[in-house]
Design a protein around this ligand. Structure first.
Ligand SMILES: Nc1nc2c(ncn2[C@@H]2O[C@H](COP(=O)(O)OP(=O)(O)OP(=O)(O)O)[C@@H](O)[C@H]2O)c(=O)[nH]1
Ligand SMILES: [Zn+2]
Length: 362
């Protein structure tokens, strides 16, 4: 029946549900659970969930480390929700904003044994919905029946796994000429992923020769730096310097990838900025929120370049991971072109941390 939503479509729906605080039903073999994102949970929904069973809180090992909770599953921790605690406690477990003021949230009942597959999938979905990686799960006996009874989105983990790990194919929607300050010979291409996620843009300058390595930049969106002229990072100056160099050479391609905040989304990046004001560096702030240092998927950059007919680049970057990802996904990096601009008193610590902890080249 082609009118029924496919697994890709149901995953997109599930992300929307989680953002709205609506539970989704996850199944793995004989196991099933209702899952909600802690960030969007209301007291009324929590009461209804409790009526169905004993809720379990899933956190990433990164977040658990800060909270001193045991992550028995390696990459994640499962905690029982104490009977006398509710949405406020769950929010404080998910969001590190008040960690320094209220450091002790335990004692915790950390769960072990059984399967953590449903919890892991819930955290993956929460991250891809750009929510804090914290989910509340309530085991149910019959997943499909519960989903049908409550009109909830049903996701089978085995069916979803390949979709959650592959890079979604991107299709070009439109392109149009755009004269810019850096070059009058600009063209903007819009790419839309099959999975309903963010669109990404390619800005082509001049008419690059597809048989030669093209001057290229993979730029991750930074609303604060690109638009507001933030002094906390070097993104805005890097964006403008890359376009200027392409304009001066007469050819190039800049990918504007909507991976705000190294893939955690703008709301989470602002949470990270608050933590940085409490004294944590850019990497520590991500970890306290429950994220890895860098949640970006650079495979999509390679996909966009290939779709535009490029196979080799002179890559404007200081990030060795970008080079490695291009090389392993079919784009030869013929040369690394350093891009060191926009140093300020306010971003010196940020750039030093990227060099020390993320291997950025100076
Ligand atoms: N989570 C988080 N993201 C940040 C912070 N500061 C900047 N960003 C994001 O970091 C990304 C920087 O992107 P890029 O400049 O393309 O990448 P890069 O890894 O610095 O590599 P190159 O600039 O190519 O050397 C953007 O998505 C910004 O929004 C921060 O403190 N925390
Ligand atoms: Zn930035």
């Amino acid at each position: 029946m082609t009118l029924a939503p496919s697994i890709i479509e149901r995953l997109a729906r599930a992300r929307g549900d989680l953002r709205m605080g609506v539970p989704v039903v996850l199944t793995a073999g004989a196991h099933a659970a209702l899952a909600v994102a802690v960030e969007a949970l209301t007291p009324a929904r929590l009461a209804d969930l409790r009526a169905l069973g004993a809720p379990e809180l899933a956190l990433t090992a990164r977040r658990a480390e800060t909270l001193k909770a045991r992550a028995y599953d390696g990459d994640l921790a499962r905690l029982a929700l104490p009977a006398d605690l509710g949405v406020d406690w769950l929010s404080a477990m998910a969001d590190p904003a008040d960690d320094l003021r209220v450091p002790m949230k335990g004692p915790f009942l950390c769960l072990r044994g059984g399967t953590a597959d449903l919890h892991r999938a819930a955290l993956t979905l929460a991250k891809s919905a750009h929510l804090l990686p914290a989910a509340l799960l309530v085991p149910v006996a019959d997943g499909p029946a519960t989903a049908a009874r409550l009109s909830l989105t049903l996701i089978d983990i085995a069916e979803a796994a390949p979709e959650l790990t592959r890079a979604s194919p991107l299709a070009e929607v439109v392109s149009a000429r755009l004269p810019m300050a850096a070059s009058e010979a600009g063209r903007v291409h819009i790419f839309r992923p099959e999975d309903g996620g963010e669109e990404h843009y390619a800005i082509e300058i001049g008419q690059p020769d597809r048989s030669q390595p093209v001057l290229a930049r993979l730029h991750s969106a930074c609303f604060t730096g690109d638009v507001l002229g933030s002094l906390k990072c070097d993104c805005g100056p890097q964006l403008r310097a890359a376009l200027a160099q392409m304009g001066a050479e007469g050819a190039g391609v800049l990918l504007y990838l909507n991976q705000e905040g190294r893939g955690i989304g703008l709301a989470n990046k602002m949470r990270a900025y608050s933590l940085q004001d409490q004294g944590f560096d850019t990497v520590e702030a991500n970890h306290r929120l429950g994220f890895e240092d860098d949640e970006r998927d650079f495979r999509l950059g390679a996909g966009v370049l290939r779709a535009l007919g490029f196979s080799a680049v002179r890559l404007l970057t200081n990030n060795p991971r970008k080079i490695a990802m291009m090389e392993s996904h079919g784009i030869h990096v013929a040369e690394r072109v350093p891009l060191q601009v926009g140093q300020t008193a306010q971003n010196a610590g940020y750039l030093a941390t990227k060099a020390a902890k993320s291997g950025h080249l100076l």
